[in-house]
Write a protein that binds this ligand. Structure first.
Ligand code: LLP
Length: 451
């Protein structure tokens, strides 16, 4: 895999760090030319902790969690926010989500284990996945999770049987695919009809399966779930999905006599990766969703269900950054300029996978304009290993500390140890204090499972 051709006509944007808009963590500032987040100097932190390094602005994460929770509760009192832990998972973020009163979306046994390890109340945990294993289902039901989100009829049989074996009645949601085309990258679209996820609405399959769920022993159907995709900017896509889901709930009530207690609209709110991106505010998203559910339920004469949302990216992405050290500079006249850093596709696969856009600055030149266009490449044995393609950057020198913004979601959780690269440490910064919440992987860690 090689890189897309560099656009040689592209002009650098001449912005300084603080002109990068919504990609910045909320406490970002510049002091003495250095980028400071959470009151901590990123250059000093990089020197102390080594690079590559993931850094999170704790106040930013907490503020976004509170904003989601409060905006939704204000617009729609009977609501809950689930943190989608696939976006960024370690014990500390789960403790914070727990303490901020959020519920949790887990999509695998390991995510559940991590949640249980920090005493996340099991009744606040929702379990997702299109192919949950026997073991995962047994662990989840045994732990007393709040909901299992049923993805298929085969899974219904498994859940029903396992719950019976464990002497439980398991509350479940049914995940349906509402056929709404959200405007996002093909690979992260999920709500459209050709999807491995959920019960399809084609040929009224999902509707017919409601009868199977109601008839199955040891499960209690409390409502419905959908997730139309990720990194969605257009709020009308969510409103359209609400319309489909509320219509579905009305038909279920009319035919089966079941009034859905839960309506889970999934995650997917987009965030700023580029300095000019203008994603919807969390409050606007919450109000638009609440309005759509209220309006729809009123039109159908349905009592208001509990409204659930499952944001991942929009809670953590912009709170997180990655720090690297510049190790090699290479200019190919008429082709491109490479700035090579001490990480890459191992700590951020999103550029290689989705051609994601990221903004970067040199943390020790944060007050200087970004006057060059460069490709920020990694250290891995792969031509496609880049973090930023054709991005603006201050003129780079060896030893500079590069900060890439917006890396708080789907970077650490999708990290690998390619080329034997130990995964970076994770540091939370707040009020001038830095604390390591996940230590850097060691070479011994890399070998620790080998026999
Ligand atoms: N709920 C369900 C059922 C999901 O599948 C997802 C994400 C979420 C919630 C959270 O969505 P968010 O608010 O973070 O958009 N690796 C891709 C993103 C995959 C999203 C998968 N599902 C990326 O790096 O862009």
């Amino acid at each position: 895999m090689s890189l897309p051709k560099s656009d040689l006509s592209k002009q650098a944007d001449n912005r300084t760090a603080l002109q990068l808009g919504a990609v910045l963590p909320r406490t970002a500032e510049v002091r003495g030319g250095h980028l400071v987040i959470g009151g901590v100097d990123m250059v000093e932190l990089a020197h102390e902790q080594g690079t590559a390094l993931y850094v999170f602005d704790e106040a930013d994460v907490r503020a976004r969690m509170a904003e989601y929770r409060d905006a939704l509760r204000e617009a729609y009192p009977h609501s809950d926010v689930l943190y989608a832990s696939k976006a960024f998972l370690n014990k500390e973020i789960l403790r914070i989500a727990r303490d901020e009163g959020l519920c949790l979306d887990v999509s695998g046994g390991g995510e559940l284990a991590c949640a249980l390890a920090v005493d996340f109340p099991p009744e606040r945990i929702f379990v997702h996945g299109n192919n949950k294993t026997e073991r995962e289902l047994r662990e989840a039901i045994g732990a007393g999770v709040g909901r299992i989100v049923l993805d298929s009829r085969l899974e219904l049989q498994r859940v029903s049987r396992i719950a019976g074996e464990l002497g439980r009645t398991q509350k479940v949601l049914m995940r349906v695919t509402p056929g709404v085309e959200a405007d996002t990258h093909e690979y992260i679209k999920t709500g459209c009809e050709d999807s491995k996820f959920g019960f399809t609405m084609l040929e009224d399959f999902a509707f017919r399966c409601v009868g199977d769920v109601l008839a199955a022993p040891n499960v209690e159907l409390t409502g419905f779930h959908c997730h139309i995709g990720s990194q969605i900017f257009a709020l009308h896509s969510f409103a359209e999905a609400v319309q489909v889901m509320v219509g579905f709930c009305a038909r279920v009530r009319d035919h089966y006599g079941l009034q859905a207690a839960d309506l889970d609209m999934g995650g997917g709110l987009g965030i700023a990766y580029g300095a000019d991106d203008e994603p919807s505010a969390i409050g606007d998203f919450a109000r638009r969703l609440a309005q759509a559910v209220k309006g729809g339920c009123e039109a159908e004469g349905l009592p208001l269900p509990r409204l659930l949302v499952e944001p991942g990216r929009s809670l953590v992405a912009n709170a997180g950054v990655t720090l690297y050290t510049v190790g090699i500079l290479k200019t190919l006249p008429g082709i491109r300029k490479y700035v090579a850093v001490d990480g890459g596709m191992s700590d951020n696969i999103r550029t290689a996978l989705y051609h994601a856009d990221y903004e970067a600055v040199i943390a020790n030149k944060a007050d200087k304009p970004r006057t060059e266009i460069v490709t920020l490449c990694g250290k891995h044995c792969e031509s496609g290993d880049a973090v930023v393609l054709d991005g603006s950057l201050q003129p780079a020198e060896l030893g500079d500390i590069v900060c890439v913004f917006g890396t708080g979601a789907y970077c650490y959780t999708m990290a690998s140890t390619y080329n034997g690269q130990p995964r970076p440490a994770i540091v939370f910064v707040r009020d001038g204090q830095a604390r390591v919440v996940t230590r850097r992987e060691t070479y011994n860690d890399l070998m620790s499972r080998d026999v």
